[in-house]
Design a protein around this ligand. Structure first.
Ligand code: AGP
Length: 608
């Protein structure tokens, strides 16, 4: 997904833009470019390929002097990743430069209309239409032009726009695509996410849809589509720059795997107070909770896998029926949802287009929306009725790990608190789970200490071509996550299967040497999953098991076992997932894959 940066201040803009784009690289891209206002002209450099190509082209920015500019990393949607299709895009006279994240759904008809007025196009992108449209509407008043532009555009966009007639100000606007304003001292910035701003400021504005921001070195003004000034309170971001840097680790993914104990501790500890679960972030009391006839958890990707765990644990503690759904499916299924539904949306980025759309559909149908989000001030966080933040800190690697683990931690808090409010969770069970929550960060540390064995097994098994992850109950939900982790960073095909389902077809795929990872940490079902493991073993599978320390039942049938610390059944998924994250990481490392920026993937999918 694309990345946008913009700068105005006293520094040379090009190096600032290049540095900002570097912090957005993890979002995934295939070309990059910058445009600078200088000497009454817009000077631009852009190229297909990684950021280093642009650095070389501009001699680290020194060839483009000037103190105001915009930059972009492009994840191709309309048109291949070429120099011409890279952003920024200029209007035909060269008076305007535009960078864009999102998709303009009506760009074709706008393009046709502009062509009728004599505009020619050099690229295949929807963004070039925006640049030409700005020129088409511009009569000297940029604010008026921005409003007219917004009235024409359909789809999602966050835009940075330079106008050659405006040497001291540049413009930005967003709709359904994130954009953050950084408030510096004598300098101001825009970026697609906070990570690109932290080197300059921790004070930001989160823009709402269709708010136009005008940035000068000493002033930031925000207008609505009626040209009225909008007052916003700056938000303080307590992440520091190092949080968005590797800190000596080879990959962000490994750093974030190792940060999980601390991230889970930060997420849990403010909410565990003297034996009580304190969720002061939201307003669902017993009376409101008793009105819910159904809980609907909706998310994408790994966040959906958290939802899959959530179904098991929330139904267990509340006895309220829980439905889970993939956001892109939920929207088109005609969901049976209303004021008696609690809709939980889970999203690390808070900007996933499918999840945003599902949330809006659920709200429109009357559901009460509770969001579990990692990014402060993100779209989902701002539009939900209630928000529970996962205090994981910035997660840079495309493959989520610490955000996933902190989402699980928040779900445990919800499940226990709801069970307590409804009286459906026995006090003794609640007390035991509470103690286990307090110990969880330490147990995560212990699970991470076993990584040498996992690394060794990865070095033996990284050449497998198709891998199965099987489990029952919550282990099946964790198997889904283990399978996705492996696929997205090592590019090895894998599938997660409910252990009892194999014999209904898939077992026909098991051949001698097929790797089957068997999760056997759901204590009451170990004998059952052991039988499934024996079924595949009998057909020649290579069996890798995950079991709790002290449980030797799978060792009798498996070729190797990853042991994890035992905890309360409700919380066990948090520990079971650790060897799967590490296994995926080490396999991908062994294969020499691009771990933090896997091919074709983006950190936050802000397009449908
Ligand atoms: C997880 O490793 C993937 N990067 C992806 O599945 C991700 O979980 C999904 O895109 C949802 O993102 P979100 O949590 O930011 O909504």
């Amino acid at each position: 997904m694309c990345g946008i940066v913009g700068y105005v201040g006293s520094k040379q803009a090009a190096p600032v833009l290049l540095k900002g784009l570097a912090t957005l690289e993890y979002r995934g891209y295939d070309s990059a470019g910058i445009a600078i206002w200088h000497g009454g002209q817009l000077e631009m450099a852009k190229a297909a390929g990684k950021l280093q190509v642009l650095r070389d082209l501009t001699a680290e920015g020194s060839k483009l002097p000037g103190t105001m500019g915009i930059g972009h990393t492009r994840w191709a949607t309309h048109g291949e990743p070429t120099d011409v299709n890279a952003h920024p895009h200029l209007s035909r006279s060269g008076r305007f430069a535009v960078v864009h994240n999102g998709i303009i759904e009506n760009y074709q008809q706008l393009k046709t209309r502009l062509q009728r007025h004599g505009y020619n196009f050099v690229s295949q992108t929807d963004t070039e239409v925006i640049a030409q449209l700005v020129e088409y509407y511009y009569k000297g008043d940029m604010l008026d032009t921005m409003i007219q532009l917004m009235n024409q555009l359909e789809g999602s966009y966050s835009l940075g726009i330079l106008c050659v007639d405006e040497p001291e100000r540049f413009y930005a606007v967003r709709k359904d695509s994130p954009l953050v304003v950084g408030l510096g001292q004598g300098e101001n910035l825009i970026a697609s996410d906070v990570a690109a701003l932290l080197a300059y400021t921790q004070e930001v504005y989160y823009l709402d849809d269709r708010e136009i921001v005008v940035l000068a070195a000493d002033k930031v003004e925000i207008y609505d589509s009626s040209r009225d000034l909008v007052h916003k309170e700056p938000q303080h971001i307590d992440w520091d720059v190092s949080a968005a840097e590797k800190g000596g680790y080879e990959h962000f993914m490994f750093k974030e795997i190792m940060e999980q104990p601390e991230s889970v501790r930060k997420t849990l500890s403010p909410r565990l107070q003297d034996g009580q679960i304190v969720l002061d972030d939201f307003h669902i009391d017993r009376e409101r909770l008793e009105q819910f006839r159904k809980i609907y958890i909706v998310a994408c990707g790994s966040s959906y896998h958290v939802a899959a765990v959530g179904k098991y644990i929330l139904e267990q503690t509340t006895r309220i029926p829980v439905e889970i759904d993939i956001a892109s499916e939920f929207r088109y299924r005609g969901p049976i949802i209303g004021p008696d539904t609690l809709m939980i949306v889970i999203s690390q980025s808070g900007e996933t287009a499918d999840t945003i759309a599902a949330m809006r559909e659920g709200r429109a149908l009357g559901a009460h929306v509770l969001a579990i989000v990692n990014v402060l001030g993100s779209t989902i966080a701002r539009e939900a009725d209630d928000v529970l933040y996962t205090w994981a800190g910035p997660e840079i690697a495309v493959a989520t790990t610490k955000a996933y683990s902190t989402q699980l931690a928040v779900l445990y808090l919800l499940a226990l608190r709801f069970g307590q409010l409804l009286g459906t969770l026995p006090e003794a069970e609640l007390a035991a789970a509470y103690r286990a929550l307090e110990q969880l960060p330490e147990l995560l540390e212990q699970a991470l200490q076993k990584r040498e064995h996992i690394q060794h097994m990865a070095s033996q098994l990284y050449n497998k071509h198709s891998i199965f992850f099987i489990g029952r109950n919550v282990d099946y939900a964790v198997a889904m996550e283990g399978s996705l982790k492996l696929k997205e960073i090592s590019y090895i095909h894998s599938e997660a299967y409910a252990g009892g389902e194999l014999k209904h077809g898939t077992i026909s795929l098991i051949e001698p040497g097929t790797l089957v990872v068997t999760l056997a940490t759901c204590d009451r079902l170990v004998e059952k999953i052991k039988s499934n493991a024996e079924e595949v073993k009998a057909r020649g599978a290579y069996l890798l098991a995950v079991a709790v320390e002290g449980d030797e039942r799978l060792a009798k049938v498996a070729d190797a076992v990853f042991y994890v610390p035992k905890t309360e059944a409700l919380l066990q998924p948090s520990l079971t997932v650790i060897p799967l994250q590490l296994f995926a990481y080490y396999v991908a490392s062994q294969k020499g894959c691009s771990i933090d920026q896997p091919k074709n993937l983006a950190k936050s999918v802000t397009v449908e």
